[in-house]
Design a protein around this ligand. Structure first.
Ligand code: NAD
Ligand code: UGA
Length: 448
């Protein structure tokens, strides 16, 4: 089939499935898009005004297309749509395995495999099955194998179409991607999927490769991005010892056009659901293919990140003038309500373990859900404003770069006398802190 697909189904209504399908529906009004999820509560939220994902611009797009050519259904009710679908996207989670072979490193493909089984059972005629989830190299082989168990005489073409959006900028990234990647060996299927993206992406930005290259390119892209963060974070420690300023070093290094300025912002450590799990998946693949030196190289990126989070938590612990620490920011970056694998989770766990009391504020994260991820939440509480979190604190840990934390009125903040602000994002107004008489420690800086 090389004609333009008319019916798309996406399995998985998460941070990728929801926004991606909303943009496809908006840019392809002639295509009907249905999103299915096992989680009926999440589907109900997609059908409400209170979307389960916070992304700038998402709500407006969903309002525009929902009920027109974008539909959200609980899987049990919408599964019959698979029979008529021209294209089925698999956009479910691929977390790190916690048990069995490869536990702690390999990607857990159970959710993807369940989708392939469902498609094998319900699809009819010819269907293009698209890996949107991030997969290990050669995962498509496993999908093909499962699809081939169909009893309905259906045929399939499997493509890899990994997603490169970043949370917080998902809509912009989807509407104006640096590139779209389609990997596959079936030219008609590749052309069909290309025709969807070509509705708004210029042809030179739609890259086509073999299946295995596409699967590996996604892991490689995340590994390169994470490596830049670990590189600058490793130097942030050296800056603190030597008096160099990490922001100045990053500016100079990034001014080299061969290096570029992006992703050189020193931080308390990268977080999010993907960098670490994708690095671990890459490391596992290297070990599987007997490449221990390559595995060790990428392991270093993970290790520096763990070290950065640990040393920041220790610095906060040492700096606090009493037992109460205010944490500003729970999300793994600004402009998202996502806190999966956030540096805040790691830092809060350490502070609580060391017997400190933590009071946290984040403008978007659901504090109760965050607290549920902590082993000992009894000394953890949530404030509804930054000022409330700061009152009486002996130290402040700034962990997410929300814009409002750039202009905290330190002069009127009611911190404990002598309290120290530990800035894990290098965003705090240094002069305002100094004028208010509080101490300051900034990641990558020896000042003051
Ligand atoms: P998510 O956890 O937010 O969403 C996954 C959804 O799939 C959940 O709602 C879950 O209920 C549903 N699901 C799981 N198994 C199912 C099944 N058998 N049938 C129906 N629904 C099922 O995950 P996400 O953040 O959207 O990530 C999805 C994939 O995309 C991952 O592989 C991830 O690595 C990749 N990715 C994520 C991002 C990101 O920014 N979050 C960006 C690029 C790529
Ligand atoms: C990342 C990639 O940027 C996306 O291209 C990719 O699609 C996605 O992973 C994925 O596969 O899930 P995301 O994790 O949403 O996107 O957000 P990023 O902007 O990459 O930030 C990741 C982490 O690195 C955040 O904690 C952020 O604060 C941190 N970071 C980023 C820094 O500490 N310094 C920087 O300079 C940049």
């Amino acid at each position: 089939m090389n004609s333009r697909p008319k019916k798309i189904v996406c399995i998985g209504a998460g941070y990728v499935g929801g926004p991606t399908m909303a943009v496809i529906a908006a840019r392809c009004p002639d295509v009907q898009v249905m999103v299915l999820d096992l989680n009926a509560e999440r589907i109900a939220a997609w059908n409400s005004d209170n979307l389960p994902v916070f992304e700038p611009g998402l709500r407006e797009i969903v309002r525009q297309v929902r009920g027109r050519n974008l539909h959200f259904h609980p899987q049990a009710q919408g599964v019959s749509a698979l029979a008529e679908a021209d294209v089925v996207f698999i956009s479910v989670q691929t977390p790190t395995k916690t048990t069995g072979e490869g536990a702690g490193k390999a990607s857990d493909l159970q959710y993807v495999e369940a989708c392939a089984l469902l498609i094998a059972e319900h699809a009819r005629g010819h269907t293009i099955v698209v890996e949107k989830s991030t997969m290990p190299v050669r995962a498509a082989e496993r999908i093909q194998q499962i699809l081939s168990t169909t009893q309905a005489g259906s045929t399939f073409a499997v493509l890899s179409n990994p997603e490169f959006l970043a949370e917080g900028t998902a809509i912009r990234d989807l509407e104006h991607p640096d590139r779209v990647l389609i990997g596959g060996e079936d030219p008609a299927a590749v052309a069909a999927l290309k025709s969807i993206y070509a509705s708004w992406v210029s042809p030179e930005k739609i890259l086509t490769t073999g299946l295995w290259s596409a699967e590996l390119s996604k892991l490689a892209a995340n590994a390169f991005l994470a490596q830049r963060v670990s590189s600058i974070n490793s130097l942030s420690a050296l800056c603190e010892k030597t008096g160099a300023e990490v922001s100045e070093v990053a500016k100079v290094v990034g001014a080299d056009s061969r290096i570029g300025p992006k992703f050189l912002q020193a931080s308390v450590g990268f977080g999010g659901s993907c960098f670490q799990k994708d690095l671990l998946s890459l490391i596992y693949l290297c070990e599987h293919y007997a490449l221990p030196e390559v595995a060790a190289y990428w392991q270093g990126v993970v290790d520096i990140n763990e070290w950065q989070k640990r040393r920041f938590a220790e610095a906060v612990q040492q700096a606090s003038v009493n037992r109460r620490v205010a944490v500003l920011g729970l999300a793994f970056k600004k402009d998202t309500n996502d806190f999966r694998e956030s540096a805040s989770l790691s830092v809060c766990r350490r502070l609580l373990q060391s017997g400190l009391e933590v009071i946290a504020y984040d403008p978007r994260v659901d504090g109760q859900r965050f607290a549920a991820e902590l082993a000992s939440p009894s000394h953890f509480s949530i404030a509804t404003t930054a000022a409330q979190a700061l009152a009486g604190a002996g130290a402040v840990a700034v962990l997410t770069e929300w814009d409002e934390f750039r202009s905290i009125p330190w002069a009127t903040a009611k911190l404990s006398p002598g309290a120290v602000i530990c800035d894990g994002r290098n965003i705090v107004d240094r002069l305002a802190v100094q004028q208010a008489g509080y101490g300051l420690r900034v990641i990558g800086s020896a000042v003051p």
